[in-house]
Design a protein around this ligand. Structure first.
Ligand code: HEC
Length: 108
């Protein structure tokens, strides 16, 4: 019985965290330069022109960073910052910002 419970747990967690998932702790260290504009945890940008990253879907954040790298998405600031990032850096940064509490709330 215990074995089956463990197997189920392993199956569930491997489904929940695919192998390309980033490491949020590593991402926190890599985010030192990002928080200058996006604010602590990506939750308090220094200007409304800078997007809130906290609580955003990790795959959305990662896609945006890959698009700044490829030039598919153009922004003078972010293209320069995204260019030197490795795929692992992007996965880690995306995992970190996704794990942060978002100040965004449903408008009700
Ligand atoms: C000098 C200020 C500045 C810094 C530093 C900065 N960003 Fe940005 N970031 C911006 C601006 C401005 C935008 C909006 C660009 C646009 O309109 O496409 C943006 C957009 C983004 C987006 C897209 C968000 C969305 O909602 O579509 C991501 C993801 C992002 N930044 C991640 C990062 C990461 C990761 C770092 C650190 C490596 C970083 N940024 C550092 C200013 C900055």
């Amino acid at each position: 019985m215990k074995v089956w419970t463990s197997l189920l747990f392993i199956a569930a967690t491997s489904l929940a965290s695919p192998s390309f998932a980033g490491d949020a702790d590593a991402g926190e260290e890599k985010a030192a330069s990002c928080v200058a504009c996006h604010g602590a945890g990506g939750a308090a940008p220094i200007s409304p022109q800078y997007p809130i990253l906290a609580g955003q879907y990790a795959d959305y954040l990662a896609q945006a960073l890959h698009q700044y790298q490829s030039g598919e998405r153009k922004n003078a600031i972010m293209s320069g910052l995204a260019t030197p990032l490795s795929d692992e850096d992007i996965a880690d940064l995306a995992a970190y910002f996704a794990s942060q509490d978002s100040p965004l709330r449903t408008l009700d």
